[in-house]
Design a protein around this ligand. Structure first.
Ligand code: ACO
Length: 424
């Protein structure tokens, strides 16, 4: 263990350093306040390590993303989403038997308690499916109140992963006024989701293998991303020992924002707007450069990736292939490519190291799969579930976990006396 020295008002403090398995160095300031009365300030936590984690490694400068050591490119090419769920949550790739058992658990737990259907009835028809997903996941805690019992954690992890796809597809069916489609035990996790989303009782539904492969890929690419906004929220809520469902529901809410997972919906809305405006993408690049416009290129930029986002690279290629295989000709894909080209050559974006992120091409693929725009962020949430669960589990099992509680620099008024109302 090394040390770092901090000189504060002439007084020297020695602080221990920690080094991760890929060589990243952290200065452990956990004792700083008790030693010196000072805290560190790091708005947006851009330079703060909030935990030790063995789940996901990112090197933003080199565009590296690995789950449990496995490069995202290899997982995207070879793995199934359920294999990746197992890998993230349990730390190793499953053998054949483990994967079979895990898949069986996912299938077996996909039905919702019949009473939950009544909860869906209460939402207005145009309710955003993220609101439904978040509140339904919290509601699962009322059906499984023993979720935090040690010997039931794994069971509830399966329940959550499985029932989330049912909740998501029912929220879609509700929004278009179609009858709910129940899960089928002969289908895989991804097939079952497509079946519940797109089947109608009147006719048999055939799963299109291109759609199923694309779904598998999208879910894998979203499965974890270390301490991002929603994952940190899950850990924050979970650190108070709130139950699994409540912690994950909080993550879903954090993901909804347009600066995070909600960006995938905003990207398509932006591309549509550009299309309706005569495909004039240069105008929007100029607007994004003009801070006073308040406009940002959605799907561009990332807190961590400063060279390229490896997920966006995979998705850009996949977008071409999926659209071709499905026979879809989407003018928005051309706009996206042109926009990317122009932005990547523009000094404003180059200087700030702004590149397309995972959300830039994902919406085009979702659209080609006929997934409606307001379901895009729900798709992200389904993909991110295993990551949230793995991080929640790791936090719970780490004996060093304390309730998360940052400090602040107070900038309000100094002490003053209460003024009676007639004197104000
Ligand atoms: N368009 C135009 N300018 C941008 C963009 C953008 N998309 N993103 C960042 N910038 C500019 C900022 O104005 C700032 O400029 P300045 O240094 O002159 O002030 C600089 O680049 C740095 O931006 P910050 O907002 O400070 O970067 P931060 O790391 O806090 O934010 C974020 C990252 C939220 C992703 C940001 O790039 C953004 O808003 N992007 C658009 C939304 C988006 O695509 N979100 C999805 C992120 S990926 C995910 O969550 C799955």
């Amino acid at each position: 263990m090394g040390t770092a020295k901090l000189i504060l008002d002439g007084q020297e403090y020695e602080l221990p350093t920690v080094v991760g398995s890929e060589g990243e160095v952290g200065i452990d300031i956990s004792k700083l306040r008790s030693l010196s009365r000072a805290i560190t300030v790091d708005s947006g936590y851009g330079n703060t390590g909030s935990c030790h984690s063995a789940i996901t490694f990112i090197n933003g400068e080199q565009g590296i993303l690995r789950y449990r050591g496995y490069p995202i490119e290899q997982l995207a090419e070879h793995a199934s989403f359920s294999e990746v769920c197992y890998l993230l949550i349990y730390g190793a790739l499953p053998n054949r038997q483990q994967l079979e058992d895990f898949n069986e658990g996912l299938t077996y737990h996909s039905m919702l308690h019949e009473d939950m259907k009544k909860l869906f009835e209460g939402y207005p028809p145009n309710a955003h499916p993220m609101a439904i997903l978040s509140s339904m996941v919290t509601s699962l805690a009322t059906y499984y109140p023993n979720a935090m019992q040690e010997d039931r954690i794994d069971l509830n992890i399966l329940r959550l992963l499985s029932k989330a796809t049912t909740i998501a597809s029912l929220s879609y069916k509700k929004s278009i006024g179609q009858p709910f489609i129940y899960p089928r035990n002969d289908l895989s996790y991804t097939e079952n989701f497509l079946h519940m989303m797109f089947a109608v009782p009147a006719e048999p539904y055939e799963i299109n293998p291109v759609r199923e492969r694309a779904l598998n890929l999208l879910l894998i690419l979203h499965a974890d991303h270390e301490q991002n906004c929603s994952t940190s929220t899950v850990r924050m809520v979970g650190s108070s020992q709130a139950n699994l469902y409540a912690s994950i529901a909080a993550g879903i809410s954090a993901l909804w924002g347009p600066l995070h997972g909600g960006a995938n919906q905003k990207v398509i809305e932006m591309l549509q707007m550009i299309h309706e405006d005569g495909d004039n993408y240069q105008k929007y690049v100029d607007m994004a450069k003009d801070k006073s416009s308040g406009f940002r290129l959605m799907g561009f930029g990332h807190r961590v990736y400063k060279n390229f986002d490896p997920r966006a690279r995979i998705l850009k290629k996949a977008a071409d292939e999926v659209l071709e295989d499905l026979g879809v000709n989407d003018p928005l894909l051309d706009i996206a490519r042109n926009l990317e080209q122009v932005a990547l050559e523009d000094e404003f974006f180059v200087k700030r190291k702004l590149y397309p992120n995972v959300d830039f091409y994902s919406g085009i693929i979702y659209s080609a799969m006929t997934i409606p725009t307001n379901m895009f962020t729900v798709m992200f949430a389904l993909g991110r579930l295993p990551g949230w669960i793995a991080q929640w589990k790791e936090m719970r099992e780490d004996p060093k976990t304390r309730i998360n509680r940052p400090r602040q620099i107070y900038t309000g008024p100094k002490e003053r006396a209460y003024e009676p109302i007639e004197d104000r």
